[in-house]
Design a protein around this ligand. Structure first.
Ligand code: PMP
Length: 389
C-alpha cells in the first residue's frame, strides 16, 4: 500500500492496486519519478531535518553558495567522469531552468549600446524553453534568431553576428548526443541527461558553458536545483550577478537538502546500491519492452539507438533513454500526438520543437505504474493496426 499518497489517476482502491479500465496514459511530462523507489530504499539515510533557527541568513560564507555543496558537486563529476570540473567555476541556481536566461545574459555583449544583439539559436528538434525564455525576457543585448539551419555556415565563422547556441546532449526530445553546429558560436551545452543511467558516457564533457540539474540526476525536480560549470571567470561572474538580481541565489534549504542527496549518491557509487545502476536497469528494461512492441508496428517508429561503450560502467551498455521520439509513418497521421491521443496516450507534439507534427515525444521517466499503462495502450494500438489495414 501507499499510505498518505493519492493513487495515480489510473489506479484506485485502498492500496491503489485496482487498474481503472481504459485509462489514458499520461506520458507528457519529464517528471523523473522512476527514481522514487531508490529514495524509498534510502529513506532514512537521505532525510534532512533542520530546526527553525537554521539558515535564516541571506548570506553564506561564499556569497549565496554553500562551499560544501560546491565541493560535493565537483566530487560527483570527478567520480562519474561526465564533466571536467577542475578548471570551471560553479554557479548554483533554482533549477537549470533559471540558468537558461542567466547564461544568455552572461554571454551577451556587455552594456554597449553600439554592439548588435547576440543571436540566440538552437538546432531542431530543440527544448522549447530556450526560445520561450529568450523571447519572454527580451533583453536589448540578445534576441531569439531561430534555428541553426538558417545560419549553417559549413564550419566558417559568420562574421556579421555573435551567436549563442543552445545544444542539448543527450538531446531533449530525441536523446542523441549533440555538438554545436555553428562555428565560433558561444555554446550553452545543456547536459541535463548526461548521467550514466540515461546515456552512455563516452568522455568527460569539457565545453566552456555546461548546464546540469538534480531533476534528472537524482529525481529531485521539485527541489528546483541546477548548476552551471563555466570556464571563463567573467561569464561566471555575470551569471552570478544575474542570480543576485533574480533570486539572490538558490534557496539555502534546497542547497542543504541537495548536499545530503549528493552525499548518499557518492557513498553508494559503484556499490550494489549505485543510483546509476538502479536507474539504468529501470530505463533499459523500459526501452527494451517498448521496442519489442513498437518493432511490430509499421504505423509508428522510435529513434534508432545502439549499444555503446560507457566509461562509467566500463562496458558496452544497451540504450536507456529518457524519452521515446515517436514518428508516425502512415500518410494520414499528420498529427502524431493526436493519433496517439486517440489511442489513449498523452504525448508532447514535435510542433513545440519545430520538428513538425509527424513526431511526438513520449516520456519514459515516470513511475512503473505510469509506464505499465503506457505500454498497455501502445500494445493495443499496435495490435489494432493489423485489423485496421
Ligand atoms: N534542460 C532540459 C534539456 C530539460 O529537459 C529540462 C527539464 N525537463 C530542463 C533543462 C529544466 O530542468 P530543471 O529546471 O528542473 O533543472
Amino acid at each position: 500500500g501507499k499510505p498518505g499518497c493519492e493513487c495515480n489517476t489510473c489506479f484506485s482502491g485502498p492500496d491503489c492496486s485496482v487498474r481503472t479500465p481504459n485509462c489514458t496514459a499520461d506520458a507528457d511530462s519529464g517528471n523523473p519519478l522512476f527514481l522514487e523507489p531508490y529514495w524509498r530504499r534510502h529513506a532514512a539515510a537521505s532525510a534532512v531535518v533542520f530546526s527553525g533557527w537554521h539558515r535564516l541568513s541571506y548570506t553564506t560564507t561564499d556569497l549565496f553558495q554553500s562551499v560544501e555543496l560546491v565541493r560535493h558537486i565537483r566530487q560527483l563529476h570527478r567520480a562519474v567522469g561526465n564533466a571536467v570540473v577542475d578548471d570551471k567555476h560553479v554557479v548554483l541556481a533554482t533549477g537549470s531552468m533559471q540558468l537558461i536566461n542567466a547564461l544568455v545574459y552572461a554571454l551577451s555583449p556587455e552594456g554597449n549600446a553600439a554592439s548588435p544583439p547576440a543571436s540566440v539559436v538552437a538546432t531542431v528538434p530543440y527544448y522549447p524553453a530556450y526560445k520561450s525564455q529568450t523571447v519572454m525576457f527580451d533583453g536589448r543585448e540578445y534576441r531569439w534568431d531561430g534555428t541553426t539551419a538558417a545560419w549553417a555556415n559549413n564550419g566558417s565563422r559568420n562574421p556579421t553576428r555573435d551567436f549563442i547556441e543552445f545544444v542539448t546532449s543527450p538531446n531533449n526530445p530525441d536523446t542523441s548526443l549533440c555538438k554545436p553546429v555553428l562555428a565560433g558560436s558561444s555554446a550553452i551545452v545543456d547536459h541535463a541527461y548526461y548521467w550514466p543511467h540515461l546515456t552512455h558516457i563516452p568522455a568527460p564533457a569539457d565545453e566552456d558553458v555546461m548546464l546540469f540539474t538534480t531533476s534528472k540526476l537524482s529525481g529531485h525536480a521539485g527541489s528546483r536545483f541546477g548548476w552551471a560549470l563555466v570556464r571563463h571567470e567573467n561569464v561566471a561572474k555575470r551569471a552570478n550577478d544575474y542570480m543576485q538580481q533574480s533570486t539572490m541565489g538558490a534557496s539555502r534549504d534546497t542547497q542543504l537538502r541537495i548536499l545530503k542527496i549528493l552525499k548518499v549518491i557518492l557513498a553508494n557509487l559503484r556499490s550494489k546500491e549505485d543510483i546509476f545502476a538502479f536507474g539504468y536497469a529501470v530505463m533499459r528494461s523500459r526501452w527494451r519492452r517498448l521496442n519489442a512492441v513498437v518493432s511490430r508496428s509499421t504505423r509508428i517508429s522510435l529513434q534508432k539507438m545502439r549499444p555503446q561503450y560507457c566509461t562509467y560502467f566500463k562496458r558496452t551498455k544497451e540504450p536507456s533513454p529518457a524519452y521515446a521520439w515517436v514518428k508516425c509513418e502512415w500518410e494520414e497521421d499528420v498529427d502524431c500526438s493526436q493519433t496517439l491521443l486517440a489511442a489513449g496516450i498523452i504525448s508532447r507534439s514535435g510542433i513545440s520543437n519545430e520538428a513538425g507534427g509527424r513526431y511526438t515525444r513520449v516520456s519514459l521517466l515516470k513511475t512503473d505504474d505510469d509506464f505499465d499503462v503506457l505500454l498497455e495502450r501502445i500494445t493495443e494500438f499496435v495490435d489494432a493496426e493489423k485489423r485496421s489495414r
